[in-house]
Design a binder for this molecule. Structure first.
Ligand SMILES: Cc1ncc(COP(=O)(O)O)c(C=O)c1O
Length: 401
């Protein structure tokens, strides 16, 4: 007899749990898009978005998902025949590289080990070898959601500078914005891409681009730019409609307003990063104990290279798929699928999301359900995973005061 009745928990890495307050903010009649109340509310998003990403640069919002964010970034920087250096450390790095290839940009892909942080020396070497200066930008994910590897962005900027190369640095923060520490200006990032449906706690439908003045200038002659994707009218409009190239995504804007109020104005971004670090620590503590049993493995062994919003794990196939089926059917918890893995390995992989509107009891609940699922499936595992997670949380809370 399953015990799934009650509030279900979608523990996949996007879309994430949408706070009731965000849903309530969206539940309203359509506003007048020509009226001051909507326009003033929308304008209030931009300072909060700048603060969130740690930049004084420009912000453009698009009606679209993460793929739209990639396309917007690509179209405003590149011309057909340009060259890009793309760090491919997982499914999403590959996706960005393919999106560039599809529009006629030449991609030099650094095919990385999908389990550890990229070696910045590889980027430096690739840029030094680019004697003709053809590489226009270096592109990377901050967190590749498929692998849960986190890249050290400041190290990448240092590598670009060490090579003395003028390439722009473009970062996909779709899975990390609001979860993992990010300082766009301090780290010398030129273009940052995010989307509404993960750490930003808003339904899928908005992509956000932050871009530096340097990127704006470098992209001035970008031949792939079309009117809809052009970032300048959206970021520096002369009329409100230009922000959206047409009708504003009204209800998503109300949702994002509420989410940013919660994240930036009430909790504070430093506190949100600490919360995600503490919750990630609890998940890792449990998973490290489970892995002592020999069946379960964390994808990323080095804690310093692990994302704070998602953890990728594997079991011998098809146990990952069976575990996900069990937790959803019996306990109302939906875990993330393995993504970007060949069959049959894909049937072993699964992911636990701990990003966005998530707190300690939600994470402890997921871990307890996974423990029960592993027991039900007879998976050999180390004992004491939940105690380890609880101890990690208690220690993090003590450090936070
Ligand atoms: C790191 C990363 N980049 C890009 C994407 C693509 O975003 P979307 O599915 O919203 O198009 C995702 C989606 O999960 C992602 O996690």
């Amino acid at each position: 007899m399953p015990f799934a009745r009650g509030r279900p928990y979608l523990a996949i890495p996007g879309p994430t749990v949408v706070p009731d307050r965000v849903l309530a903010a969206m539940h309203r009649p359509a506003p007048d898009i020509y009226g001051a109340p909507l326009q003033e509310m929308a304008e209030s998003l931009y300072p909060d978005l700048r603060h969130l990403a740690g930049t004084t640069g420009h912000v453009a919002i698009y009606i679209g998902n993460g793929h739209a964010g990639w396309e917007a970034a690509n179209a405003n920087v590149f011309s057909r025949g340009d060259r890009a250096l793309v760090l491919v450390g997982g499914h999403f790095g590959l996706g960005w590289a393919n999106a560039l290839r599809a529009i006629g940009v030449e991609v030099e892909a650094l095919d990385l080990d999908r389990r550890s942080a990229p070696d910045p020396g590889l980027v430096e070497a690739a840029l030094r070898a680019d004697r003709g200066g053809r590489i226009r930008a270096v592109l990377t994910t901050h967190v590749d959601t498929a692998t849960s590897v986190r890249t050290d962005i400041a190290d990448l900027r240092a590598a670009i500078d060490a090579a003395g190369h003028p390439a722009l640095l473009m970062v996909d923060c779709i899975a990390s914005m609001g979860c993992d520490r990010y300082r766009m200006d301090d780290w010398g990032v030129d273009v940052t891409v995010a989307a509404s449906q993960k750490g930003l706690m808003t339904p899928p439908g908005l992509a956000v681009l932050w871009f530096s003045e340097k990127a704006r200038a470098a992209g001035r002659d970008a031949g792939l730019r079309t009117p809809y994707w052009a970032w300048e009218p959206r970021a520096l409009p002369t009329g409100f409609w230009q922000r959206w190239a047409g009708t504003a995504p009204t209800h998503h804007l109300f949702g994002l307003r509420e989410a940013l109020t919660m994240l930036v104005r009430e909790e504070g971004i430093e506190a949100a990063w600490s919360r995600h670090a503490a919750l990630a620590g609890a998940v890792w503590a449990a998973a490290e104990v489970w892995s002592a049993g020999g069946a379960l493995e964390l994808n990323v062994h080095d804690r310093a290279a692990r994302a704070h919003g998602v953890t990728a794990l594997s079991l011998p196939p098809p146990l990952g798929a069976r575990l996900r089926e069990w937790t959803e059917r019996v306990a109302g918890v939906t875990l993330g699928i393995g993504i970007g893995q060949p069959e049959p390995a894909a049937q072993g992989h699964f992911r636990i999301a701990h990003m966005g509107h998530v707190n300690a009891h939600m994470v402890m609940g997921v871990l307890g359900v996974v423990e029960a699922g592993l027991a039900a499936l007879g998976v050999p595992r180390g004992a004491g995973a939940l105690e380890a997670a609880a101890a990690a949380l208690a220690a993090a809370a003590a450090r936070a005061g």
